[in-house]
Design a protein around this ligand. Structure first.
Ligand code: SAM
Length: 230
């Protein structure tokens, strides 16, 4: 009996850096070396990380477009006693990425799932935002279509807790405009390219933030933190 869960292996949800390759734990590096297989959302990106730490191990892809097909195969590997590290594009697997499906299936099969903690973009953004951190909600990505996005923001308009969103650069200004129209001119923090060379954290009212980014084109990866209703 291995780990009290039949003879199957373990699925490790292994957090990787969100930009700076130094942001990885000693345990994560050891597990990456020791597992039988690494299932990565982006094998090229994970390959760079492994190379940086001179880790050679089997890599396979597991992403949004192949997850339904790949999960049963990964489950078979786990059942045969192999251990797998599931690694996302960046940060913590399961946070706005395809890991959830694999976790669900693995638990259904009563196979052990273990977290190897590390960075996740929204926590780093929240703690530098200057907005209340005692109570918050994580919304992930808002809907891409403007009608659905506005509907969701409207549903959130009475939310008192600090609100955290992931956003892509090309939708950023539309989302900020929708926030102003629906929520009013609240305090906000934009955390961009955290831990990377062009890291930028901008704090202020939504209207000022919109003015600023209307003139300087926004790029890279972005977390938006919005003050809850006062
Ligand atoms: N699993 C990741 C995590 O733990 O944060 C999130 C994956 S999600 C597909 C990618 C989004 O996370 C980006 O669009 C951006 O909103 C946010 N993100 C990831 N890295 C970031 C960084 N270095 N700075 C700011 N936001 C980041």
């Amino acid at each position: 009996m291995k780990n009290g869960f039949h003879n199957s292996g373990t699925l490790y949800l292994l957090s990787t850096p969100i930009g700076n390759l130094e942001d990885i734990t000693l345990r994560a590096l050891r597990v990456l070396k020791e597992v039988d297989l690494i299932a990565a959302e982006d094998t090229r990106k994970t390959g760079i990380l492994l190379k940086n730490y001179s880790i050679t191990n089997r890599l396979t892809s597991y992403h949004d477009y192949n997850k339904e097909k790949k999960a049963p195969w990964l489950l078979q590997e786990l059942k045969s006693g192999k251990s797998i590290a599931l690694v996302s594009d960046a940060g913590t697997p399961g946070i706005s990425d395809p890991a959830y499906l694999m976790v669900k299936y693995t638990i259904e099969e009563e196979i052990r799932v273990e977290s190897i903690p590390g960075p996740t973009a929204f926590v780093s953004a929240l703690v530098v935002s200057g907005l209340p951190t005692d109570k918050f909600i994580f919304e992930g990505f808002l809907p891409a279509k403007s009608g659905k996005r506005r509907k969701r923001i409207t549903e959130l308009s009475d939310e008192k807790r600090t609100m955290i969103f992931y956003e892509s650069p090309h939708r950023f200004l539309d989302t900020i405009t929708d926030f102003i129209l629906i929520l009013g001119d609240r305090r906000v923090c934009i955390a961009r390219e955290l831990t990377k060379k062009f890291e930028e954290v901008k704090r202020g009212r939504l209207s000022k933030i919109r003015e600023y980014f209307e003139t300087s084109k926004i790029r890279g990866e972005i977390v938006i933190i919005v003050e809850g209703r006062l």
